[in-house]
Design a protein around this ligand. Structure first.
Ligand code: NAD
Length: 484
């Protein structure tokens, strides 16, 4: 229905060998499209959001099957839970709140501004580029798109090369539901991604690793393109002495092993009071067996996305072992052919082991024993600011001390992951875990220009400040100095 290209266009778009030329061509069309309707009405935006939702519904089975194929093993139910449901919820949330988000805001001025009036107009930025990773491929491309469309923008999407079947399906689905000058998909690897992020978008939303995020920030800076960086890092989980292990551990294990640990906000490591380490390990072991019996053959578990990542995880464990860490096998053995990585827990891993320096992004849980809360807080603050932080306990003073004494992208208290699932909360990192935020109104605002407008009245006292300067000016300055 949509995405029909004239023969010449088709030639230029799909036939162009040079990805930069192809990207520039689509971007030019989208900019022209945006200029033809720079402030789309609510009806136009609702229609786009509606089409997006219908696209997800119509393609749901094909998307889920493609994602399972890309991973090797990933349960359809997991993709439904983590990709389809949150994406549709984000669209619904945007539709429900769009009227309020779009409304002009009257601003009351102080006496120096009166009798002029003022308001803030929220305008779309133009064309937004969205670069996504592979771990939740549908959610992480369509949630940013929801904000972009709600705010009245056009958008170009660049999904990950590690999910080729999904990317192909997405390209077809988008062409079926959107005109190319509204939403377009560009596929390809790092070379295409580099050309994509070097294009002069009006805003870029990049979700991916901190290392690539740095490159994206540099490329965007050359065009002065503002960029939202949704990056990763090592997210700590702190078990307080006041925590109930029987309640905390199932929640921690769920967040750690969801998608086999390939989650940006997965707890990366656990800080545990020294005297509770043994009880913690025993509880983790029992809970892994309860949630995923029979690993590595359990059908609810997920494969590691690629052989390179599988080998990276094997190396992390081996290097930690070589450096003196104890490896506690939590279930079964690895199955390299199916890239099923059996979860392990590490104790005593030294600070210079790669597993303690790099984001793990897999089912390996280092446990760090601590003696005092201050020591746990200092451990976190000596490292890059994490994307997420988890605290388990009932001692409200300790909770406040952790919340106020650390900086993280977002926090869930007494659970994991869930702060990310609420569209009423902004989601984004800080420092090395990213900057800017999206989801719900935060996403709408990130992709809007809040334009202040001052409307002067017929009578204006400002003329009392016009040259030639003299006694009246001095009197006015005195008044302004005293009352301003
Ligand atoms: P990645 O950084 O390797 O790739 C992400 C995207 O960047 C891909 O589409 C890729 O093609 C593109 N890319 C690769 N090289 C590029 C370059 N030189 N210039 C521009 N783009 C380039 O990340 P990944 O392995 O796909 O995903 C895992 C990482 O993403 C983890 O660090 C994880 O924490 C993070 N992540 C963050 C969030 C979040 O919301 N903050 C969500 C999911 C994943």
């Amino acid at each position: 229905m949509y995405g029909q290209l004239s023969p010449m266009t088709e030639d230029r778009v799909t036939g162009a060998a040079d990805p930069a030329a192809r990207i520039a061509f689509i971007l030019e069309r989208q900019k022209a499209g945006w200029l033809s309707d720079p402030l789309p009405s609510r009806e136009v935006r609702l229609d786009r959001l509606d089409r997006l939702d219908r696209m997800v519904v119509a393609w749901q089975e094909r998307f889920c099957a493609a994602i399972s194929a890309d991973f090797g093993q990933r349960p359809l139910l997991l993709t439904t839970l983590t990709d389809v449901v949150p994406t549709r919820a984000a669209i619904r949330h945007a539709r429900r709140h769009l009227k309020r988000w779009m409304a002009r805001r009257r601003v009351s001025l102080g006496w120096t501004g009166k009798p002029a009036s003022a308001e803030i107009l929220r305008q779309p930025l133009g064309v937004v580029g969205i670069v996504a990773p592979w771990n939740y491929p549908l959610n992480l491309v369509l949630s940013p798109l929801t904000g972009a469309l709600a705010a009245g923008n056009r958008a170009m999407l660049k999904p990950s090369e590690l999910t080729p079947a999904f990317s192909e399906a997405l390209q077809q689905a988008v062409a079926e539901f959107f005109a190319e000058d509204e939403v377009a998909v560009v596929t390809g690897g790092p070379e295409v991604a580099q050309a994509f992020t070097a294009a002069p978008f009006d805003h870029l939303i990049f979700t991916g690793s901190t290392a690539v995020g740095r490159k994206v920030a540099e490329a965007a800076a050359r065009n002065l393109t503002p960029v939202t960086l949704e990056l990763g890092g090592k997210s700590p989980a702190i078990l307080d002495p006041s925590a109930d292990i029987a309640r905390a551990v199932p929640r921690l294990v769920w967040g750690k092993l969801l998608n086999a640990g390939q989650t940006c906000v997965a707890p990366d490591y656990a800080l545990v009071p020294r005297e509770r380490v043994d009880a913690f390990i025993a509880a983790v072991m029992a809970e892994v067996a309860r949630q995923y019996p029979g690993l590595p053959d359990n059908p609810d578990y997920t494969s590691i996305i690629s052989a390179r990542h599988f080998e990276r995880l094997e190396r992390l464990v081996e290097e930690a072992r070589d450096k003196g860490a104890t490896v506690v096998e939590l279930a079964g053995a690895n199955d390299a052919v199916r890239r099923m990585f059996a979860p392990v827990l590490l104790t005593g891993a030294p600070d210079d082991a790669a597993v303690m320096r790099e984001e793990i992004f897999g089912p390996i849980l280092p446990v760090i024993a601590y003696d005092t809360l201050e020591e746990a807080i200092a451990y976190i603050n000596q490292r890059d600011r994490p994307l997420a932080l988890y605290w388990f306990g009932t001692d409200r003073a300790a909770e406040t001390r952790v919340l106020e004494g650390t900086i993280a992208g977002g926090v869930t208290v007494n659970d994991t992951i869930l702060h990310l699932s609420q569209d009423d909360l902004p989601f984004g990192g800080v420092g090395a875990s990213g900057h800017g935020a999206y989801h719900g109104e935060a996403g709408f605002l990130a992709l809007s220009k809040e334009k202040p407008v001052l409307r002067q009245s017929t009578w204006s006292g400002v003329k009392l400040l016009y040259p030639p300067y003299g006694g009246v000016t001095r009197l006015m300055l005195k008044l302004l100095g005293r009352l301003g």
